[in-house]
Design a protein around this ligand. Structure first.
Ligand SMILES: [Zn+2]
Length: 463
């Protein structure tokens, strides 16, 4: 009988059903999937009994370097502990955004030395005159391109003017990659914040009031119309409002290749969290009203939202505390890679509102398909042996002080969660054993995007 490097037993979440079974792994890849019964032989055998063996979660929206104190090591260790086996790192880094090949390749080298899970890298363009870097970045292995219609920082996180968006979309269309946007109307938001500040309306909920839903929906409408005429594959990041999804459905029906994500805080919190937690609950776009959150859930359960991401933003107290007396002074965003997967499990599968198969689709399969990541995203023969093992009965409490991320500031601190990540496996190797990260920095591998033209990527993934 054939012997495998690793045999994993448990409730295996496949593409269309869950089986009590076993997976044989060879050279980091899934070699066979069998029902329980005659036991496969392995050099190492992990029997998870009644725990679910999910495909490893793929988080398409992570910011390792928006805070220089973070970086690949803390974020990827945090991701490993959160059942994330691959993430896509955003390009709005300090000190420089990832807007040319030289910066991109440096980041690849750093990733290969520091990551403990696998990572894809986003590219971006500078505010003006940067579109000639699109094709070279795609060929260097960028997984997709992120741009913004809202200006957080003129250099690092700029608002891209419409003529540049149009040029960028035409070029990105040629690469076959996806153009993704932070979609908020800059002018209206800036104007409203000015008015609020002048009136000294700087209480926490002012953050929500100065970014009304139309600032999201109108920005998305423009981008979808641009995508209609250019044919580019469009992705809308962090959708916060159900009407945005209504509009996306209309454009999809017209053949526009548009996908979207929401982030776990938009599903699990509402605007009242701003009163309760202050700057900890500040993110862009803002948390919405309870009935709007209910609308997002309806869309998620109807399958209208392809995937869920974290928008992990590793701010420290120094970025959040200035907002205690004036919400506009706090940085936007919150950490998420360590808690997103179990929190979403707790609020879906554990509550019976989603099957494990549906959960695997929004957390793993769709992210891999939307961004064209080969060999990732599902438990199927030939795919990377990336697994997130979740004990559905284990109950635990979120403790922000235990996060492996530099950011230990979470509105979910103290929340009781049903469903715990008890093991994370990347390419057949345990990277997290339920308590500790068990590999050294550098175990993780760069995963190039589908337009990659470089040399075959190092031995780690065997491509
Ligand atoms: Zn983000």
């Amino acid at each position: 009988m054939e012997k495998y490097d690793l045999v994993v037993r448990g409730k295996i979440v496949g593409e269309d059903r869950v089986i009590s079974g076993q997976i044989g792994v060879k050279d980091g890849k899934i070699a066979t999937i069998q029902p329980a019964g005659e036991q496969l032989q392995g050099d190492k055998v992990l029997d998870f009994e009644n725990a679910y063996v999910f495909p490893g979660a793929i988080d398409v929206h992570v910011h390792c370097f928006s805070n220089p104190k973070e970086g690949f090591i803390p974020t990827s260790m945090s991701a490993a502990a959160g059942g994330i086996t691959t993430f896509l790192d955003m390009p709005y880094d300090l000190p420089n955004p990832i807007s040319n090949v030289e910066i991109f390749e440096k980041k690849v080298q750093q990733l290969e030395k520091e990551a403990v899970v696998d990572i894809c890298l986003w590219g971006t363009i500078s505010k003006t005159g940067g579109t000639e870097q699109i094709v070279p970045l795609a060929e260097a292995g960028a997984v997709a391109f992120k741009m913004s219609t809202f200006e957080t920082d003129a250099y690092r996180f700029p608002r891209i003017p419409d003529p540049e968006i149009l040029k960028a979309m035409q070029l990105i269309e040629q690469t076959g990659l996806r153009a993704a946007f932070h979609s908020e109307n800059d002018e209206i938001i800036v104007d409203m914040i000015d008015e609020y500040k002048q009136a000294n309306k700087v209480y926490p909920k002012a953050h929500n009031e100065t970014r009304p839903p139309l600032t999201e929906t109108s920005a998305v409408l423009k981008l979808m119309e641009f995508a209609y005429w250019t044919g580019v594959k469009l992705h809308i990041v962090h959708v916060s409002h159900p009407r945005t999804i209504d509009l996306i459905k209309q454009f999809k029906a017209q053949g526009v290749k548009v996908t979207c994500e929401t982030c776990y805080p938009y599903l699990l919190l509402d605007v009242n969290a701003l009163d309760e937690f202050g700057p900890k609950a500040k993110n862009n776009p803002p948390l919405r009203h309870p009935e709007e959150v209910a609308g997002l859930w309806q869309h998620l359960e109807a399958g209208d939202i392809e995937l869920i991401s974290s928008d992990h933003a590793p701010w420290g107290a120094e970025h959040k505390d200035p907002g205690k007396d004036n919400i506009f002074k706090a940085s936007s965003g919150m950490p998420g890679v360590e808690i997103m997967t179990p929190l979403m499990f707790d609020s879906t599968v554990a509550k019976g509102t989603m099957t494990p198969v549906q959960f695997a689709k929004v957390m793993s399969q769709h992210p891999a398909e939307v961004f064209g990541i080969p060999g990732k995203g599902k438990i199927a023969v030939g795919f990377d042996a990336d697994f997130a093992v979740i004990d559905p009965e284990a109950i635990w409490t979120v403790d922000e002080n235990q996060f492996r991320s530099h950011s230990k500031i979470s509105p979910f601190h103290g929340k009781e969660v049903k469903g715990k990540v008890i093991q994370t496996i990347v390419r057949g190797t345990t990277v997290y054993d339920g308590e500790q990260v068990t590999v050294e920095p550098g175990f993780g591998s760069f995963v190039p995007g589908s337009a990659y033209k470089g040399a075959p990527v190092g031995g780690k993934r065997g491509l």
